[in-house]
Design a protein around this ligand. Sequence first.
Ligand SMILES: Cc1cc2nc3c(=O)[nH]c(=O)nc-3n(C[C@H](O)[C@H](O)[C@H](O)COP(=O)(O)OP(=O)(O)OC[C@H]3O[C@@H](n4cnc5c(N)ncnc54)[C@H](O)[C@@H]3O)c2cc1C
Length: 318
Amino acid sequence: MTTLVFLEHHEGELQKGGLGVLGKAAQLGEAHAAILGSGVAGLAEQSGRYGAGKVYVVDDPALEAPLSQPRVDALAEIVRDNGIENVFFAQSVLAADLAAALAARLDAGLNWQLTDVEARDGGLVAKQPALQDTVVVESGWSSTPRLALFRSGTFDPQETGGSAEVENVSVSFEDFSTQATMVEQAHEEQSGPSIEDADVIVAGGRGLGGPENFTLVEELAKALGGAVGATRAVVDAGWYPYSTQVGQTGKTVSPKLYIACGISGAIQHKVGMQSSGTIVAINKDPNAPIFEFSDLGVVGDLHQIVPKLTELVRSARG
Ligand SMILES: Cc1cc2nc3c(=O)[nH]c(=O)nc-3n(C[C@H](O)[C@H](O)[C@H](O)COP(=O)(O)OP(=O)(O)OC[C@H]3O[C@@H](n4cnc5c(N)ncnc54)[C@H](O)[C@@H]3O)c2cc1C
């Protein structure tokens, strides 16, 4: 079974989400990767190390801006010319747009919000949590190519040390695909890793008491070289940006260490972070639900504990 994985990249780096999905594709059979952009040839080698046997590189100025339509042309051509049976994407704004448009172009079926996929009876079975993540629904595809969009952070990238055969593809773009141009691209000010890529996340909830106290979480995250996450309650209250929301309607994350400060552990938050390596909770209520799925719990006032923890981390790191 041949699977093509769309590898998204930003500022010269392949994104962790796509590399994780590539590892999953390699477990199912032959894994191919698609790298689309302008000046991207240098990224091809990296994909081999994460499981791609072959990488299709479309290096074209028409692909400079992160717009989906020219990418649909490129992927559709690669899929048709190479007998690709599955096309996998890791969730992102661009990937979701692209997967939907590719499904329309190829008249193919798309399953999304997936957390796993399994080979069964010569086909694939997709697994998708539903009903606020209380059940897992299995669904399939009635034709090929099968398109699948996985939740962000579902699979960790694994370096396998292989190398990929590189095929440079030149695509003839449809007239309508190059009509849209990117007028402006604004980046949110951010220092340190993004929550999707961070090995450590320090997350803050309503227990912080107010937006000004997010400095406590920021300081701890900085000391640990991690990123800051938040609950929906606090982003809805305008205490912290939406881009940091972890959970059912936010991001799914799986860092090595997740420190929850003043977070009750509602099911909608839990589903976004439960696959983290080690979960540490700081909460003043010993009966808070978060303690039921934490590896380590500290019962107490975060305003006292977090600054001390930050101090300890700083001195331990010299
Ligand atoms: C459809 C739907 C989707 C949702 N999606 C999401 C989602 O994606 N992500 C998400 O996070 N939520 C989501 N929610 C909201 C979710 O149900 C909870 O309301 C939210 O997660 C609670 O946020 P919180 O833990 O910050 O606040 P609270 O539940 O109010 O918890 C605050 C905690 O802080 C503790 N605390 C208070 N003071 C201190 C102190 N000084 N020191 C230590 N601890 C203290 C309290 O004991 C309490 O446990 C969703 C809800 C719905 C209905």
